[in-house]
Design a protein around this ligand. Structure first.
Ligand code: JFZ
Length: 427
């Protein structure tokens, strides 16, 4: 498992503790919402310029329509913190389309100079994050830039073949990427991480150039795994992928609530709050962070479905946060069971239950249990540490009648031992 041996360690406790963050994909693509001149894109909506082969001069005209009169950074950050339970925010400062969502001196193609609203969105979010003590990170597309004549253009999502070789990619790095990173790391206070993406043809030297400017200006700012050339401070898992096992090192799963990152009026394949909670618990139990995305509409408002789902997940986090935040990977449970996932911290095993049950039978849990209760309200539960007919250790917890139909709740088992022991033999 070579990949897994190489997962780096950030040495930063805030990142290891965070577990749950908010990704925001917002740009000119949000105006198109998945459709251009009556044509619907088949791919993720933020790729529409590339997928539908929209010429630069045409796409630039979208700046005339950028009017985020419903965007309220203060309210959004407050909600992410207080209602949704997120510990960090990552915002698309510049996505592959090349448009800067902040006041860039380097390129006039930005929200302040090229639109009638003249708003610096990164600044608004940075100020709100500071106010609410929220960690703030920025997504920056370092390799792909479909606006700059020398930026890389991929055809991964349906775009046409582009002769990248004949471009002066190094000049794009020197004249756009590095100066823009300088601006972002100088003008907006503390940046917790830069979320680089799709390195494509970047050489090791070019990736290193990006790393160097980040670390020169903010030594504690983390570099995402997608800087390329193994230079990231942590591993970025493939979008919406789930590691099968607990992993050593620091890693993060970037993920969507539906199927696209940028807003699309067509994409209605929303996951349920229960599905999201289960994914969040699985990621925490395997030792990672979940960076969950919203794609605001062009006006800055967040789709109601996203608000509803994140609100429900937030309720679970408010009642059961102790079982997620600040935890480290749990020992892997040996059996494939659908009804529960486990997280842990010193002397506690948390059983997250995802199906209605009358009893929780945790086969081969050989701990000595000292207490069992519902995490949300402390209600005590009856339990036994027993042996199965085969002589294997089993812990059985009775679920009170009023909860027989409940799904998505968390039971805390206090253990004599420091950590859960998944072993058929009680020691
Ligand atoms: C990239 C972007 O192209 C996309 O628009 C979005 O911003 C997403 C978060 O990141 O897409 C990727 C990059 C890498 C993988 C999948 C999608 N991957 O490694 O599986």
């Amino acid at each position: 498992m070579a990949m897994i041996d190489r997962i780096p360690d950030t040495k930063q406790e805030w990142f290891k503790d965070a577990k749950y963050g908010l990704f925001i994909h917002w740009g000119l693509y949000s105006i198109l919402a998945g459709e251009y001149k009556g044509k619907q894109t088949k791919h993720i909506s933020e790729w529409i310029m590339n997928s539908l082969d929209i010429p630069v001069e045409e796409y630039e005209k979208l700046t005339d329509e950028f009017n985020p009169d419903q965007f309220d950074a203060d309210a959004l950050v407050k909600m992410a913190k207080e209602e949704w339970g997120m510990k960090y925010i990552v915002f698309t400062a510049k996505h592959h389309e090349g448009f800067a969502m902040y006041h860039s001196e380097n390129s006039k193609y930005n929200t302040v100079d090229a639109t009638a609203c003249h708003r610096d969105i990164v600044k608004e979010l940075a100020d709100a994050c500071k106010k609410y003590d929220m960690k703030f990170g920025l997504y920056y597309s370092q390799s792909q830039d479909w606006h700059d004549p020398n930026g890389f253009v991929s055809k991964a999502n349906g775009g046409k073949e582009t002769d990248n070789q004949s471009k002066d990619f190094q000049s794009y790095v020197d004249h756009k990427v590095i100066p823009q990173l300088r601006e972002l790391l100088t003008n907006y206070g503390e940046i917790c991480l830069i979320w680089f993406d799709t390195p494509m043809d970047m050489t090791k030297e070019q990736s290193q150039q990006c790393v160097d400017v980040v670390k020169e200006l903010q030594p504690n700012c983390l570099i995402s795994g997608r800087i390329g050339n193994q230079l990231g401070d942590y591993m970025t898992i493939g979008d919406n992928y789930m590691p099968r096992l607990p992993l050593e090192g620091d890693w993060e799963v970037p993920a969507t609530l539906n199927d696209t990152w940028g807003y699309s009026k067509f994409d209605q394949s929303w996951k349920t709050p229960e599905e999201i909670i289960k994914i969040l618990v699985k990621i925490a139990s395997r030792g990672g962070n979940y960076l969950l995305n919203i794609g605001p509409r062009a006006d800055g408002s967040v789709p109601q479905e996203s608000l509803d789902i994140l609100g429900e997940v937030g309720n679970y986090m408010r009642e059961n946060g102790e079982s997620i935040y600040g935890t480290r990977k749990a020992p892997s449970y040996p059996y494939e069971i659908d009804w529960a996932e486990f997280t842990c911290r010193d002397h506690k095993l948390y059983v997250h239950v995802f199906e209605p049950r009358k009893k929780l039978e945790i086969l081969n849990c050989s701990n000595e249990v000292k207490d069992a209760y519902l995490l949300s309200n402390g209600q005590k539960l009856k339990y036994v540490c027993d042996e199965s007919c085969e002589g294997d250790a089993v812990v059985i917890v009775d679920i009170p009648e009023e909860l027989h139909d409940a799904k998505t709740y968390c039971v805390c088992l206090e253990l004599k031992e420091e950590a859960p022991i998944f072993d058929p033999i009680r020691g």
